[in-house]
Design a protein around this ligand. Sequence first.
Ligand code: BTN
Length: 237
Amino acid sequence: MTGHHIILLNEVDSTNDYLKERSYLGEWVAVLAHKQNAGRGRLGRSFYSAPGLGMYLSVLVEATEERVKFLTPAAAVAARRVVKALGADCGIKWVNDLVVEYDDAWKKLCGILVELRDGMAVVGVGLNLMHGEEDFPAALRPVCTSVKLEGGRLASPREAAAMFIRELQQALRDEEGVFGEYKAHCVTPGRAVEVRRTPLDLPIPARAIELERDYAMLVEFEDGRRESIRTGEASVR
Ligand code: BTN
């Protein structure tokens, strides 16, 4: 079994930024924060981090060439396994979110942000654990949920972090298994999506068809043209 070491911080801007500045600490060193003042998501978005109620965790892993593309899916599968072990359920919204479906809309339970620095990857995970509805700002209530709100048991961020790191270690040893699990629980195929090649582009309506083996999403545009989306974003409408 691989070991790990978790640094506990009371307050930090972003656990990802903290570890990116300290990538020399080496593989399986992690940072768990009680409070994040500037938690970040993909594409410059922010991640709301209610103090003490969620797991705001970043983990350093070696970013070998064959691993890099696989890190976000492996982290998504690992986080989903933690959610399941705590007694709740969720799907994976391509490419990096865990979500629960409500009346044809998603509520987000967890987000993942993988960033590279000096040959290392920082795997950042924000998992809402103990939030009640009132713990989210009003604007986020319709689109966010937590393990508790989904009927799961209460777990401390420290417990969930140890579970996540163990699951991530296992996932990184089982690329085929992770693909099967990711595909089985990916809720994006069949959905209307909007493809944006850069955040500034106008969204192009399309339908997600299928997850491909390299984790690209095959989409079909309204004119029938099909394309594998790798670097652009396809977000569910
Ligand atoms: C997303 O929603 O696009 C990803 C959100 C990732 C949030 C986590 S919380 C711990 C780590 N530190 C950050 O600043 N972001 C990630």
